[in-house]
Write a protein that binds this ligand. Sequence first.
Ligand code: HEC
Ligand code: HEC
Length: 315
Amino acid sequence: MALRSASIRWITVTAVTAAAAVAVATLATACTVERYEPRFPADTSRAANEADAATLPTPNLVRRVAFRVPLESEVADTVMLRSVRRGRALLRNTRDSLRSYVGNRLQCVSCHALDGTQQNAMPWVGVYARFPQYRARSGYVQIIEDRINDCFKRSMNGRALIPESREMRDIINYFAFLSLGYPQGAEVVGQGIPPVAPLPGNEARGRAIYASKCAVCHGVNGQGTQTAPPVWGPQSYNVGAGMTRVRTAAAFIKELMPQNAPRTLSAQEAYDVATFINKKPRPDFKTKERDWPRGDPPPDVAYQTNAARAKARGR
Ligand code: HEC
Ligand code: HEC
């Protein structure tokens, strides 16, 4: 709208001058209105556009599609396949491959099970088609690089990867591979984790559950063992990570843990043990107060945000 009126005004001003200026104005009109402003198609082509549109599926329609993990044999190009495999290797061995970007003892696949191909376990299947996406936590439209770097900075307690780096390209290429055939904006059956209705968690009960069902793999002090990564302490995910929210942790634990007997905990047990774990010390996340800049944090965020504080004060 603004673009259009600006160029029209400009035509009026230049109309009195030489033909050369008119030619420039025509060019400007062509560029701003016809090429970049799809809401104002040129009158001559409107009928044609509408005829075309009638043959296309309705845009912006979020479709729910079945979960299917693409096969490597669907990648015909060998250069692409090598990059996909490098991306997967980085997600499996994040700490050893990207030492200066990881600040704890986790790998990306410590939470995104089976290389991100497990349904209901925050799979990366179809994820490339879910971005760009508005995220309330950041308050802006994120591209997939932003989302990946959120997990580097928070879940991995590390640093953002350089967006143009080969590593970022390989990781994204692996995600694009896992999204082969998924329409843009599609909701994939089994994306995310099934939510568990909120219950008040009890720390003392959680401690007992941890000792009997988790400590064998994650260690009595939560610091991890040869078998499993830490769940609290300096080598764990930080305060700003999604897993620090008790609802996310409870849903993850209920669906995936104990790893040798998943889906055996009750909802109450999942909330109890999640509450216990999330009350334990873990690394801080420096800029956490700037999260949810529009003042809409979910109720289980473990810290105060600037925007929520301002809102409470009545702006
Ligand atoms: C401590 C657990 C944890 C680790 C480790 C972790 N993530 Fe995540 N990740 C999450 C959670 C929680 C979410 C949010 C899931 C949701 O909203 O359903 C998430 C979401 C994502 C998403 C968006 C998924 C979607 O469907 O929109 C991407 C992409 C992602 N993570 C990439 C990574 C990468 C890359 C790494 C390693 C650098 C990593 N994650 C490590 C917990 C983790
Ligand atoms: C048999 C071993 C085992 C048991 C028992 C077990 N886990 Fe895990 N857990 C793992 C492994 C292994 C991973 C990492 C995922 C992977 O590498 O496949 C993991 C990952 C996790 C994670 C995300 C990554 C991290 O370290 O932060 C959390 C949280 C977690 N487990 C919590 C629990 C809780 C709570 C229990 C008890 C109810 C539990 N686990 C029981 C093996 C186990």
